[in-house]
Structures are given as C-alpha cells and as structure tokens.
Design a protein around this ligand. Structure first.
Ligand SMILES: [Zn+2]
Length: 531
C-alpha cells in the first residue's frame, strides 16, 4: 500500500513535469523558420489578374517579376480571351508560379493585433501561421506582447528567421524592463518614456484614455520622435478625452469606436448610463455601449462637423468591427465554421462565458442586447462609409483572440464588415492594404514600402484562385461553400500562396500545421468544451 502510494506520488510528479513543460510561463517566440521557399533571385508570377490595392480596377493577364524581396515589374502581357504572345513575356525566372485564372493582391495589413497569452495560445507559431494563411503579411501589434518580446520578434521577422508577418511594434506607455520611471503620471515622465521607447526601436504608442495633459505630452512627443499613435479611448476616460479631443492633439489612429459617438451626442455630454452601471461588469461594459446609437443624429450638424474636422486632422479610423460582431449574433459567432478544426481548446476556454475573462460577457445576453448592437452597427457603419467617401482613411484591424474571433479568420470578417458598411470591394482591399501602409508610414514621413502591387515595393502578396471582389468569403481559410454542377457541396478558395518579403508560403500547408497543433492540444486538453 505504501509502495503504491509512493509510486503514485512519483507518477504525479512525472505527470506534473510533463504537463508543466507544456504550459510555459510566457508565450513562446516563433520557432526557427522551417516554411517558405525563397527569396529567389528571380521569381515570376505568370498570367495573374492583379488587384493592386490602390483602388484601381483589376487587370490581367499580368506577369509579375520579383527579384529578391522587391517587385521589379508588373507588366500586362495580353488581353482577356486572347492567347498570350509568349515572345513578349518577361524572361524565365529561377522560380515560377502559374497564376493564370488566379488573383494577386498586396499582402494584407492587420492594424490591431495581439499575439495572445499563455492562457489562450502559448505558442505564437499558431497565431503567426493563422495570420499568414489568411494573407496577412504585416501586423501592427498594439502591443503584440511585452516591449522586449515585440521588438525581438519584429527583428526576427524582418530577417525572416521566423514564419511570421512583418511586425510594427506599438507599445503602451510605461512598458520596458529597464524603464525606471514607473507608471506615467505626469507630462514630464510621459515625454521621457516616449524618448526611451523611440531609442528602443518601438514604432508607436498604444494609448488608453490618459488625462488630457498627459495625453497631450505623449502624442506631441511621439510626433517629435516620428512614432505613430493609436488610441483605445476607454469608457473610463472618455468623458475627458473623446475622439475629437484626441484628434486635435494629433492622434494618428483611433482604434475601435470609443469616443467617436461621444464626440457628437445631440443631447448629452456623458453617456446616460443606467444607474446600476458598473464598468467592471463586462455585460454592462459591452452591452451599454451599443445603446449610444440613438444618442447621435446621422447627418445632423454635429455629425457633419465632426466628419469634416477629423478628415482635416487626417486621423485614421481603425474600427475593428469584427471583434464586436458577436454582440449582434452570439449564436453565429459561437458556431463559426473554423472553431472545430482551428480553435485551440485553451482559446475556446477563454471565450467561454465568464465574469472574469475579458470579452466573455455573456452573463445573460438577450434579443434586446443584440438588437441594440445591430442598430449601433448601422449608425457606426454609416459614419465609416461617409468618412471614406469624404476622403478619410479607414483601415482593417481585427483584435482577434477575444470574443470568439480567431486570428486570421477574424481579419477576413473585418473585410466583409467593411463591405457591409457600404465599401465597394476595391475600397475594402485598399483599406486592407494601401491605407494601412500609409497609416504606418505617415509618422516616418517616408513613402510606403508595401501595400500595393507595384514595381519598387516589397514583395508582399496574396494569391487566391477565386475572385475576392465577387465574394470576400473565398479569403477565409475554410473557403466559401458552393454547390457544383453535380449538385455536390464543395468548398472553394482559401488563400493559396502568401508571399512575404519575396518568400513564398503555401497557405494551405500553414493551415494544415495549425490543424495539427490543435489536434495535439486536444489530445492533451480534450475537445472544445460544449455548453
Ligand atoms: Zn486590442
């Protein structure tokens, strides 16, 4: 009996050891790159229809030549419906992709990302591969993770040591292991931190709702240091710092919507919360914001004035509509096509309704809550579409990893939502590519290095064998469902190749890798918990 007891102790230590190994203390950096072919001395993509990202109409057949990591020519080689004159095509490459019948787009830019957490997805490989598999070749981490982790992964990705998109590191003020100034409590410390961050190599600031004099110092110093700024103007501070207040200070990007409606209330200044409102109760926090839809007047005086001034101030809108979309149909979000194959059980557990997990606020979600969100989206989308029509820049960010939204998949949903807002599919693609690149480069004062299929730019491209303008769903890793001529259900599309920095990644293989990671995790953690 005693021996049995001893054996069982040894056994449980062994188990704890094995499982302890599986659950690291912090997220793991991407493993050394084992995927992707190239870069090549001369890569030629032949016969493609190009959607160049600028808003120009598609054209083809086109041959694209890439030398190293740069696009060196994009040339029309014929006319639709006519055989291509082989003699007039660019000379052979040392690697070629046959893209006749396929579409080539600039690599996508996800402007609002996080690499996850140990609790959700401990291996960044999982997240990186999901992004690349959906054509995302650049991410703005807000932050990706800690300052040190983000900068290290940014560096490794820029050298293509890892299979990951380009990383732009926006970090929260006060971060940094060797920052000795503590939290940011006054304008002087704010400026010191921005200078510290600039020296470290950070690309920009992720701001919350700081009090006005600190916000002013942070933004002003960021501009001086050529750093970008993006703000989530949280409800806890929005009464003192809404969108127009921040834009007047020079804010580069507003992310989410917080502060936008507050900038144009008709008959209120502070949102008229119910008297039992409690911000720490996330059903209140996320349920109540939607109620703002009736507080503003579309095309009223305030609405028009706000739109005009924000455009004059050249502020980018990064709405991240996808991350709130479960609010208008939680049942659909919970049952998305991708969960079964691509969602890690640990990520799923994080989504599971809870009073503690961020964004898992389904305490008692009702039809009324969903109707409020549906109305909210209508008003929000109208503003975004008019903002774009009046010359404003709207970008695509996903904030995936919360609220049933998975990396990559959530990003494609954002494209669908922009189309729902009234964007033409070409305007959606421009939001996802050129306008993201412009927003990232603006603080540097340099022309874009990516974001279009154009000679001279970096070779970041997406190749898909279906027309995404006809149906954005063909960009989902799970593809689009169709019925073929034999009345059978088939799935079409899914990105075929993602090219980053001239390196060709087989997008479907990346998804296969993710599928295998999920299978392995399920053997350890069990299936997605049903409820
Ligand atoms: Zn976020």
């Amino acid at each position: 009996m005693r021996d049995l007891f001893r054996i069982s102790i040894v056994f449980s230590i062994l188990i704890a050891f094995i499982f302890g190994q599986d659950k690291p203390k912090s997220i793991l950096p991407g493993p050394e790159r084992a995927e992707g072919d190239g870069p090549f001395k001369r890569l030629v993509i032949r016969g493609a229809t190009v959607i160049d990202g600028s808003g120009a109409p598609p054209r083809g057949p086109v041959d694209i030549v890439i030398e190293g990591n740069k696009i060196t020519s994009v040339s029309g080689v014929g006319y639709p419906g006519v055989a291509i004159n082989e003699k007039r095509r660019p000379k052979a490459g040392d690697f070629e992709i046959d893209a006749h019948g396929s579409y080539v787009l600039p690599g996508f830019i996800d402007m609002h990302t996080h690499a996850g957490s140990v609790q959700k997805a401990p291996e960044t490989e999982y997240v990186y591969k999901l992004w690349l598999a959906h054509g995302v070749t650049t991410v703005r981490g807000v932050g990706l993770s800690s300052l040190e982790f983000s900068l290290s992964e940014k560096e490794r990705s820029s050298k293509n040591e890892i299979t990951a998109p380009r990383i732009w590191a926006y970090q929260r003020p006060g971060q940094g292991k060797d920052w000795k100034g503590g939290s940011i409590k006054d304008p002087e410390t704010a400026r010191k931190w921005v200078k510290y961050a600039a020296k470290k190599g950070v690309d920009g600031l992720k701001l919350g709702s700081y009090e006005p004099r600190i916000m002013a110092a942070l933004i002003d110093e960021a501009i001086k240091q050529n750093l970008g700024t993006t703000a989530h103007l949280a409800q806890t501070g929005v009464a003192r710092m809404n969108t127009i207040d921040a834009a007047r200070l020079g804010l580069g990007t507003q992310t989410h919507y917080y502060g936008l409606f507050e900038s144009m209330y008709e008959n209120n200044d502070v949102q008229p919360w119910p008297v039992d409102m409690n911000y720490s109760n996330e059903q209140h926090r996320f349920g109540q914001v939607a109620r703002q839809w009736s507080l503003v007047k579309p095309n009223g005086k305030k609405w028009e004035a706000l739109k005009k001034e924000l455009i004059e101030l050249d502020m980018t809108m990064d709405p991240t509509m996808t991350i709130y979309a479960a609010g208008r149909d939680v049942m659909m979000a919970r049952n998305a096509d991708w969960h079964n194959i691509y969602t890690l059980p640990s990520q799923w557990d994080f989504y599971t309704p809870s009073r503690e997990a961020h964004g898992s606020y389904w305490f008692d979600w009702t039809t009324r809550d969903e109707i409020a969100w549906k109305k909210f989206y209508q008003v929000w989308m109208q503003f975004l579409n008019e903002y774009k029509n009046a010359g404003g820049r709207v970008t695509t960010g996903s904030d995936s990893g919360f609220i049933y939204k998975l990396y990559g998949f959530g990003y494609i949903e954002e494209l669908e939502l922009l189309q729902e807002a009234g964007f033409h599919p070409l305007e959606v693609i421009r939001a996802a590519t050129l306008h993201g690149a412009e927003t990232l480069h603006k603080p540097l004062g340099t022309p874009v290095e990516f974001g279009m299929v154009k000679a001279g730019l970096l070779a970041d491209l997406v190749i898909v064998d279906e027309n995404p303008l006809a149906n954005m769903k063909v960009l989902y890793g799970t593809g689009a469902v169709k019925i073929n001529e034999d009345n059978e259900v088939v799935r079409v599309g899914g990105v075929k190749y993602t090219i980053k920095d001239g390196i060709v990644y087989d997008a479907k293989q990346l998804l296969k890798d993710v599928e295998n990671m999920v299978k392995k995790a399920k053997r350890r953690d069990g299936d997605l918990t049903k409820y």
